[in-house]
Ligand binder design. Structure first.
Ligand code: ZN
Ligand code: ZN
Length: 285
């Protein structure tokens, strides 16, 4: 059933390729990545179909089925080598040469690592080129994209999660929010956040900074552009962090994780105004 979610993302990426030509290249790449992720998700679903549904008392990241995941890693790296922008393609080729021990290390390092500091802003920027940090960031990016379907599968197994309060990181896996969502509720809209790793969506406060906890209204603002009216940039003037939110009350056709990727001009605007993104997306933006 959840396969439909991957189909929606791929379809939306293909639609936006023509309406947002400035993002066409990234969206075509994303569409191929998501097609791989859909097939990996299906393989995981099939392999784990007979396993009892996960009961996560701690974090979803207490689980890690390397026996299931590792055999898929080599075809994943080959795909990335073929379709990714040059720096990431080279990182995939480098990681491919390391063989199984290196792949296992990259996967475990990311999965068990600190998601607060992984994939730091600027991971794909030129300033990282050649630096040791750049290689590390790209390996993290590779592991992240590969592990998303697995994390999402685990999250889909524990749908009825009861969460206390409105945490700033994912209640299932501890991942940072990748994008905010506004859905209509009564006369207004309610806000939620979507996790960068397991895609779980959890309720959040309208005026609250997920990076620093700021809740004073004058410090929190949002901006949007008339051409992309359904996406806004939520900024915090205390810690100078931003996160985009997709307003589904303005268009029900949007698929938040895809519309986030496609709206590059908003990222440029935010950076020009001195804001840093809370969480880079899988295009490294
Ligand atoms: Zn999560
Ligand atoms: Zn803040």
């Amino acid at each position: 059933m959840i396969q439909l979610e991957w189909d929606r993302r791929i379809r939306r990426a293909n639609e936006l390729t023509s309406s947002y030509p400035f993002a066409a290249e990234g969206l075509r790449y994303y569409s191929r990545v998501a097609t791989f992720q859909r097939s990996l998700y299906a393989d995981i679903q099939q392999a784990l179909a007979d396993s009892p549904a996960g009961e996560f008392t701690g974090s979803l990241r207490d689980e890690l089925d390397l026996f299931l995941l590792l055999p898929n890693f080599s075809r994943y790296l080959s795909l990335i080598e073929q379709i990714a922008p040059a720096p990431l393609a080279q990182a995939a080729a480098g990681l491919a040469r390391k063989g199984t021990p290196g792949w296992q290390h990259a996967i475990e390092d990311f999965w068990h690592g600190d998601l607060e500091t992984a994939l730091a802003v600027g991971g794909m920027d030129e300033e990282w080129e050649g630096a040791a940090g750049g290689a590390k960031a790209r390996e993290q990016l590779l592991a992240w994209i590969f592990l998303q379907p697995y994390a999402e599968y685990l999250a889909d197994q524990c749908e009825n999660t009861i969460v206390d309060g409105a945490p700033s990181t994912c209640p299932l896996c501890g991942g940072k929010p990748m994008v905010g969502v506004l859905r209509s509720e009564g006369d207004g809209a309610k806000k939620s956040l979507i996790c960068m790793l397991c895609a779980h969506e959890w309720g959040f406060r309208r005026i609250y900074c997920p990076a620093c906890g700021e809740e004073r209204e004058p410090q929190m603002a949002f901006y949007s552009a008339p051409e992309i009216a359904h996406v806004r940039v939520d900024v915090c003037d205390t810690c100078h962090t931003y996160l985009k939110s997709i307003d589904l009350t303005k268009t029900g056709l949007a698929v938040p994780v895809v519309d986030e990727l496609a709206t590059i001009p908003l990222d440029l605007w935010a950076r020009e105004h001195g804001y840093e993104k809370l969480q880079i997306n899988l295009l490294g933006t």
